[in-house]
Unconditional design. Sequence first.
Length: 457
Amino acid sequence: MSPLPAEAADRAHRQVRGERIFNTLVVGCVALGFLTLVVVGAIAASVLARNINFTGLVAHTYQVQSAISDFRALDERIETARRGYLLSHDERFVTGVKTIRGQVDAAAARIGQLTADNPAQRANVATLRTLLARQTQAIDVSLAFARGGAHDSSGFYQDTGVAIARDIRRQTDTMLAEEQKKLAERDQARRASVDRLIVISVAAGLLLLAVGAGSLLIILRYTRDLTASRAALAELNRGLEAEVASRTLDLQASNTRLEALLGEVNHRVANSLQLVSAFVQMQAQAVDEGVARSALKDTQRRIEAIIQVHRRLYSSGDVTSVNMQDYLEALVRELEDTLSSAASPRRLRLVSDEVRLETDRAVSVGVIVNELVTNACKYAYRRGEPGEVRIRLADGGGSLMLTVEDDGAGMPPDGAVQGTGLGGRLIRAMAASLNSEVIYDAAHSGVRATLRLASAA
């Protein structure tokens, strides 16, 4: 038994409300999870940036320590060269002292550059430079007295080089200790930052786990409700499908009856027009005047052009469109039978692509072809002269091209209308109904009329 409309509407309303609540909860959970990920990502990026900065500072500390160690090694070498000269008086040691002195100065300058951002180290560097200046003076004095024959036990001077070298070593130890202290502080800050990131990551993980569990519970509950709703909807759909099937059968039967009626209408219209055509023919035979008889004959051909459309409609399975190739073949054959005679033979040649047009457009094209072929057969060739008229309907994909041409005398030079002019007016009226116009090719030796119209039905 199908559910009542009120019950179905209430069920649909509850389903929509449940879906709205579910969507809100899911969006909220997803937003919370996303926000958590964003916060954790921002904190992780901050910690990573700080760690990168700490890494740079640690590398800088190692550079300072290396520079201090290099300075100490050079200072010990210069002291060794001085002692060597004092013991051996070998001038090569003096040359070594001079060479190493420049290296020591450069090493001290590099230490000053590397520690320019540390106030404590700047003070230590200033003290180191003072000691270095005193050491340079002591070296020069000791070398000068040694060249004069004095020795360490001479009473003229006191050798302070060894003591200054010890002071420089102690000062560099102080500077190394300062850098080691900085290194420990930076490492402690780095560890604290990493520990903070771990705590935050664990908390975020727990929060995401809670969000995931809540989302899972919501989805499970919604899935249960959705299954029940789908079962109810399936039951409702089965009732609707049965109703649709019944209505479809009714519509198919009605459509079949309408098509039969429409075919019968076209058949009756064709018969009625055929009766009118017969009346016109009888009237033409009873009229003696040539002009009146010719006009009645033209009227009969126009009626026959329309009759051919209705014949195609009731004799084919499609009552909405006309096969133009079949229609034009029958129309041209009938025109050739009525317009060609032994005294004035007219040959009509048709080339048409397989296209279909709606009934009204097919009637307009048929009337245009009837008028153009009739004019060509009447006026293109002299009485008793054989002639050919060519009809071409070509499908260009997006448009149709209708061409009617002959090889006769062509249009009158003065443009005078031949006959009553009714045919020309009919051609223009039918072309206008097709949103087009008939174009005459002035370069053609005879008459060539072209009509372009859209091919879409």
